[in-house]
Ligand binder design. Structure first.
Ligand SMILES: [Zn+2]
Length: 187
């Protein structure tokens, strides 16, 4: 640690103690060159990935923003606030487990869409159609076609075939994956 007086990098730790909250360690150090004493603190790094937006700019991951997006999608739907909090918790955890310092907004969008699929079919479709603009068509189509395996949104389709077939067909017109809306009977 660079000495604040002389800039020397040679120092000796003369005392270490854990902070009252148990979340930090305080170290007293003595410069080996000028003998000046100084203090450093060591803390656990809060891992907060940067989100890469569509225009390439970065912003810190913001859980409030995610939560308000989910709230909006679930407006007037029978979904409890608690359910949404849990979803955000899981999303945050997923991001942390991946351990990446930066993450594309589209990837986060895809995770959110997955979460909503389990929460509420209508909210899922609402959100998916909004997120379309962040999502490249092939990615979105893949997401939707991957999801045909016995989800509740599909409803009456016993084979799970109609849901998958529709969206695959819709995806082939290079515009937007209209199949999503059709499949789930959006309002
Ligand atoms: Zn010094």
């Amino acid at each position: 640690m660079k000495c604040p007086s002389c800039g020397s990098l040679e120092d000796r730790v003369i005392d270490s103690r854990t902070g009252g909250d148990g979340l930090s360690i305080r170290r007293r150090r003595a410069c080996q060159d000028c003998l000046r004493r100084f203090t450093t603190y060591e803390r656990i790094e809060a891992h907060r990935p940067l989100v890469i937006k569509k225009d390439g700019s970065r912003e810190p991951f913001n859980r409030d923003k995610i939560l308000s997006g989910l709230r909006k999608a679930c407006e007037k739907r029978p979904v409890s606030e608690e359910r949404l909090e849990e979803a955000v918790e899981r999303i945050e955890q997923t991001l942390q487990e991946r351990g990446e310092t930066e993450m594309d907004a589209r990837v986060i969008g895809a995770i959110l869409v997955e979460e909503l699929k389990n929460i509420d079919p209508v909210a899922y479709v609402r959100f998916a159609s909004v997120y379309q603009e962040f999502t490249d068509v092939s990615e979105f189509t893949r997401l939707v076609t991957d999801s045909d395996g016995g989800d509740s949104a599909g409803g009456d389709s016993d084979g799970g075939d109609s849901a998958g077939g529709d969206s695959a067909g819709g995806g082939s017109d290079d515009e937007k994956p209209r199949g999503v809306k059709d499949t789930d009977g959006a309002p």
